[in-house]
Design a protein around this ligand. Structure first.
Ligand code: CDP
Length: 795
């Protein structure tokens, strides 16, 4: 082994290996309309499923009458919980060990919950049928707010659970409480801020859907579905249905964005499969937009109170946080089992903090279940928001520049590997370098002067400068720490080199638009000296791909990327033995040259052979003591997670008359270790920053007191468009991960995680001279104007 690629050193050898901006292979089919999404799948005899949903948030079902629907020409079946009970399919496990009704049995617990399903010859008839299903409800009082739900007189939501006497789900804590309290008692300065991370929805372009096809001849269930984790879903499907796992095939074809929304299993998938099983015909279920927003996994919904204890010079000594987490009607958060609050314990961020303590209470409410990792590693977004906001609060309290206060507290670059106060092992980082680069790109000093000038001249538009120097944790995860439904979070790669020298790479992760078909081929190109065009990447079909845990939390590169590099190196080892045979040399004399991609005899550079020639040798002239063929598999369990980081600087103008916020400058410096494809990374950063802007400025799933979803469609749940997105100036530093085979860390979620606090810090910064310490997200003009008004700044 030659130690893997070094930072930026092996870039540009022209075969499309590490560091080259290879254009995305998948784009040809996407931009020519040849993508194949679940709704594109049509099977002979296929039926369509429409779900009847409850208009009430909390109600007991008295009666369901499907006779008027059944009377419609083309309606084949109306399914209720009773039908599913017959097949033991009435409930399904959530990702957090709770049990959720597939179709409501007895009591509705959130608005739009699945009550019945109509199966018909076409989608229109199914929809007409659904409108004709008559359901009698006994409406109950709902509770949608987590704090209200914990009150003694709150309606009990989960009365079907034995021993459940209130709406409390769990308490979790981390860190050393006593040591942290001591630090707070003795500190020169303490600051406290309460802040909400509002309920968001990942809102992928493609909603969820499935085509289930039970084959009674083969006793096999094939489900094409919008899945970010096809293998894990296969195991769960098998467990729920009792169909043996080798008789279940999950295919996740092209997926139009997931962002964590397509990790859980939803009732629609199970209903489609149950209907196909009962009716022995393929059944398609495709969600509408409002169904997607109102019922599938939401994200965030954390009410947090943060505290910092520091010296009068602004050196942070302790961090405390208390959280109330609204989990909805079922505990269906997407977290590794051992972490009920996900990776929230990374709330000390990029800072060298002696003592930290966090506590969290999870609560049931009459709202849709969720708590998915929306473009984030299990609650790291909430943690990063908390600490980056709190550092700004401390900076304002002490009147120290927010860049300077960060510098005083960063974990020094020579302190890695670093163990945080809450027990996390950071692999590598150089936070000051990234901040310095961002400050330079943003022309920080100039804007600080301009900000002061505007204050002094009583200008109509105030200037605000926000910083976020975040640390991420991605690559779940070591099997010892992370699992989904008991299955350890390793990942896999299988490389088969063909006799003509090209190869097929099969990976356990599934792309939803991140460009894996290109970037994973680049890893093989780098490690085997092949041309990237000669490598095809396959994923998403459980019948052919090796078992993997799925794509979320930027885990693809840290885990499956590592598996790919290790599998390629196994192929390379075998290739050496074939090269020795072909070149008539001893195997120990064969060297691999990363730059040329050739295998050579040591000391005789003219005696060399390419991987294409070796592939031919493996099938046509294999050495007697070797098996023919050239392939390898690797299942990779990472020793630790990787810790990408970055510094974002956002400069905004706040209009004192209207409360409108305009982006003046948006600088993002990221460090994801060694970079596979700079162009793909740039795209990931742009997309994630756009989502961060949506979070900070526009998006929120809201409910009224009756439990009606008031932010459940795109008229009310506002996504940013090109109009709201400024020009992003991106930069990077490279700090390789020491334990990853190619030194890479993940990158996809950094911008969504890192940007909201930078944006909020900027808006607060525009008003902090008048004593403003916080503005809640989304920072709509009316909310900003109210803050301006309260601070005496509005005109
Ligand atoms: O798990 P997911 O693919 O969403 O996240 P990721 O591992 O952060 O990767 C996102 C995309 O960026 C993939 O196409 C990666 O191969 C690419 N990437 C890269 O080119 N270099 C890195 N160091 C990290 C990711």
């Amino acid at each position: 082994d030659d130690g893997g690629p070094q930072p930026e050193k092996h870039c540009g050898h022209g075969r499309g290996g590490m560091g080259e901006s290879v254009t995305r292979k998948e784009d040809k089919r996407f931009i020519t309309g040849r993508g194949n999404y679940v709704d594109d799948i049509k099977k002979p005899g296929m039926l369509h499923c429409e779900i009847v949903r409850s208009p009430h948030a909390h109600a007991r079902i008295e009666d369901i009458d499907g006779s008027r629907a059944m009377a419609l020409d083309g309606v084949v079946a109306v399914l209720t919980a009773d039908d599913l009970l017959e097949h033991d399919l009435a409930t399904m496990p959530t990702l957090m060990d709770d049990t959720q009704d597939v179709l409501v049995n007895d009591k509705v617990k959130f608005q739009s919950q699945e009550v019945a399903a109509v199966i018909a010859e076409d989608r229109y008839t199914a929809k007409d049928g659904a409108e004709k299903v008559e359901v009698e409800y006994d409406v109950l009082d709902p509770v949608v707010d987590a704090e209200e739900a914990l009150k003694e007189d709150a309606p009990l939501i989960r009365d079907e659970l034995e021993d459940q006497e209130d709406n409390h789900i769990f308490d979790w804590d981390t860190g050393d409480k006593e040591a942290t309290e001591r630090v707070f008692e003795e500190a020169d300065v303490t600051v406290e801020q309460q802040m909400e991370y509002q309920r968001l929805h990942p809102a992928p372009i493609e909603t969820c859907g499935a085509v289930a096809d039970w084959d009674p001849g083969k006793d096999k269930m094939t489900v094409h579905m919008t899945s970010q984790a096809p293998h894990a879903h296969r195991t769960l499907f098998s467990q729920v249905s009792g169909i043996p796992e080798h008789k279940v095939r999950i295919v996740s074809p092209d997926v139009g964005g997931g962002f964590g929304n397509k990790v859980p299993i939803y009732p629609g998938y199970v209903v489609a499969a149950a209907a196909s099983y009962v009716l022995e015909r393929p059944v398609k279920w495709i969600e509408e937009r409002s169904e997607n927003i109102q019922t599938t996994g939401f994200a965030r919904d954390y009410d947090m109170t943060g505290e910092i204890a520091a010296t009068e010079d602004g050196v942070i000594e302790g961090v405390k946080v208390d959280v109330l987490a609204n989990h909805g009607a079922y505990n269906a958060a997407a977290q590794p089992s051992k972490f009920p609050a996900g990776f929230f314990n990374i709330f000390t961020g990029s800072y060298d903090v002696d003592a930290a303590y966090g506590s969290l209470t999870g609560v049931f409410t009459n709202t849709a279940p969720g708590g998915v990792a929306y473009r984030c590693s299990f609650r790291v977004t909430e943690a990063v928001y908390l600490i980056e906001r709190m550092v700004k609060v401390l900076a304002d309290e002490l009147d120290v520049d927010p860049a300077e206060i960060r510098r005083r507290n960063f974990i020094p670059s020579d302190a890695f590997p670093y163990e945080s106060a809450t027990g996390w092992n950071y692999d590598s980082g150089d936070y000051e370098k990234a901040l310095d680069k961002a400050l330079e790109m943003a022309d920080y000093e100039h804007y600080r002067e301009e900000q002061q000038r505007r204050i002094e001249e009583d200008a109509d538009k105030l200037l605000g400068i926000g910083i976020s120097s975040f640390t991420e944790v991605v690559g779940a995860g070591p099997g010892k720490q992370c699992d989904i439904a008991g299955i350890e979070m390793f990942d896999s790669a299988d490389i088969r080199v063909n006799p003509t020298g090209n190869a097929v790479l099969r990976i356990g992760v599934q792309t939803q638009g991140q460009g894996h078909e290109t970037t994973f081929a680049q890893i093989v190109a780098e490690e085997l000296g092949m041309d990237v065009d000669n490598i095809t990447v396959e994923h998403g079909d459980t019948d052919t791909e090796p078992y993997g845990l799925g794509t979320y939390g930027s885990r693809s590169t840290p885990v499956a990327g590592a598996a790919t590099a290790v599998a390629a190196r196994k192929v390379r080892e075998k290739a050496k033995s074939i090269a020795a045979n072909e070149l008539e040399a001893a195997e120990e004399d064969i060297e691999w040259d990363r730059e040329s991609g050739e295998f050579r005899v040591a000391g005789a550079p003219d005696r060399s052979i390419t991987i294409t020639e070796i592939a031919a040798g493996a099938y046509m002239n294999h050495p007697g003591d070797e098996e023919p063929g050239l392939e390898a598999v690797n299942y990779y369990d990472p020793p630790e997670m990787t810790y990408p980081f970055g510094s974002y600087i956002v400069i905004v103008e706040v209009d004192r008359e209207t409360g409108e916020v305009d982006f003046e400058k948006f600088v993002a410096v990221d460090d994801c270790g060694n970079r596979i494809n700079p162009m793909v990374i740039e795209g990931q950063i742009h997309g994630g920053l756009a989502q961060g802007i949506g979070t900070a400025m526009l998006e929120e799933v809201t409910y009224d007191d009756n439990g009606n979803v008031t932010g459940g469609d795109f008229m009310n749940y506002l996504l940013p468009t090109a109009n709201e997105i400024p020009n992003f100036e991106t930069g990077h530093t490279v700090t390789p991960s020491p334990h990853h085979p190619i030194g890479a860390k993940g990158v996809g979620e950094s911008p969504t995680v890192g940007s909201p606090p930078a944006i909020v810090n900027a808006v607060v910064d525009a008003m902090s001279h008048a004593g403003v310490s916080h503005v809640e997200m989304p920072m709509t003009p009316d909310r900003v104007w109210e803050t301006l008004d309260e601070a005496g700044l509005a005109i």
